[in-house]
Design a protein around this ligand. Structure first.
Ligand code: SF4
Length: 250
C-alpha cells in the first residue's frame, strides 16, 4: 500500500529490504520472494540488504530477553496484578515499555542500514513501510526515521499509513499474496499468537454481546405483542358482553 500511494504521488520508488530481524531464514526468504514478485508486477526495484541475524541478536535481542513475563491473555503489564484491568485492544495487549525499546532498537538498526544504502544510491529521501502497521509503535518509527535520515544526511519522508491497513490487507488477500502472521523476530512469534488469540476472543465476545442484544430485543417484541393481544382479547370480550346485554334487552 505505501508503495502504491508513493507512486501515485509521483515518487520513483526502490524498496530496500533490511530485515536481519526476521527468523527463521526460511521466513526471511519467503517474504523477500513475495516482495520481489509484487515489485516486478508493479514496476519498482528491490535491493536486498545483508541478512545478518547475529548483529540483530547482539543489538536488539538482549532488550527482548528482558521481557520474560508476556502473557497471551494479559500482555506484560498486567501479569501478577489481579487488580489491573484486562487489555481492551491489541495496542493495550502489546503496550510495554520494554517491547517499545526492543522495537526501537530494531527500527534503528534497519533504518540506519536503509539510510546508508539510500545515500550510497543517491536517492532523494528515505521512507518506511513500517508506518502502515497498526501493530507497530508509529511514533517511535517516525522518530527513528528522522534520526536515521538526519544522521545519513538525507531527507526523511514520513507518512502515517495506518488508515490504509485494512485496505492493504484486503488487496493482499485478493492477490493471493503470502501473509505473514508475526512481525519478524523470534519474540514476535509468541506475540503474534497472543494477538490472534486476543482478537479471536474479542470477536467471540462481540458476537455473544450482539446475540444477547438480539435476544433481548426479541423478548421485548414478544412482550409487546403479548400485551397487544391481551388488550385485543379484552376488548373482544367486552364487545361480546355488550352484544349479549343488548340482545337480552331486545
Ligand atoms: S516485533 Fe518487529 S519491530 Fe519489534 S523487535 Fe521484533 S521484529 Fe523488530
Amino acid at each position: 500500500m505505501p508503495t502504491r500511494l508513493l507512486a501515485e504521488q509521483g515518487h520513483d520508488i526502490t524498496v530496500f529490504y533490511a530485515n536481519s530481524n526476521i527468523a527463521p531464514r526460511a521466513e526471511y526468504d519467503k517474504r523477500l520472494v513475495e516482495l520481489q514478485r509484487y515489485a516486478a508486477d508493479r514496476g519498482f526495484g528491490v535491493i536486498e540488504g545483508a541478512y545478518d541475524p547475529a548483529v540483530w541478536e547482539k543489538k536488539v535481542a538482549p532488550i527482548g530477553e528482558a521481557i520474560k513475563d508476556f502473557s497471551p491473555a494479559l500482555g506484560s503489564k498486567h501479569v501478577g496484578d489481579d487488580t489491573a484491568p484486562s487489555p481492551q485492544s491489541v495496542a493495550e495487549l502489546l503496550d510495554d515499555d520494554r517491547r517499545r525499546e526492543r522495537c526501537r532498537a530494531c527500527y534503528r538498526m534497519r533504518l540506519e542500514e536503509a539510510a546508508k544504502a539510500a545515500v550510497e544510491g543517491s536517492y532523494d529521501a528515505l521512507s518506511t513501510t513500517l508506518a502502515v502497521s497498526p501493530y507497530q509503535f508509529t511514533d517511535v518509527i517516525h522518530e527513528e526515521l528522522e534520526r536515521a535520515a538526519a544522521q545519513a544526511g538525507i531527507d526523511a519522508h514520513f507518512e502515517d499509513w495506518r488508515p490504509y491497513y485494512d485496505e492493504a490487507t484486503r488487496i493482499s488477500r485478493e492477490l493471493g499474496m503470502y501473509r505473514q502472521n508475526y512481525c519478524g523476530c523470534r519474540f514476535s512469534i509468541a506475540e503474534g499468537e497472543a494477538t490472534r488469540a486476543f482478537i479471536k476472543q474479542q470477536r467471540k465476545a462481540a458476537k455473544e454481546a450482539k446475540a444477547a442484544e438480539r435476544a433481548a430485543e426479541e423478548a421485548t417484541r414478544a412482550e409487546r405483542a403479548a400485551e397487544k393481544q391481551a388488550y385485543a382479547d379484552e376488548r373482544a370480550k367486552r364487545r361480546a358482553i355488550l352484544k349479549q346485554i343488548r340482545q337480552t334487552a331486545d
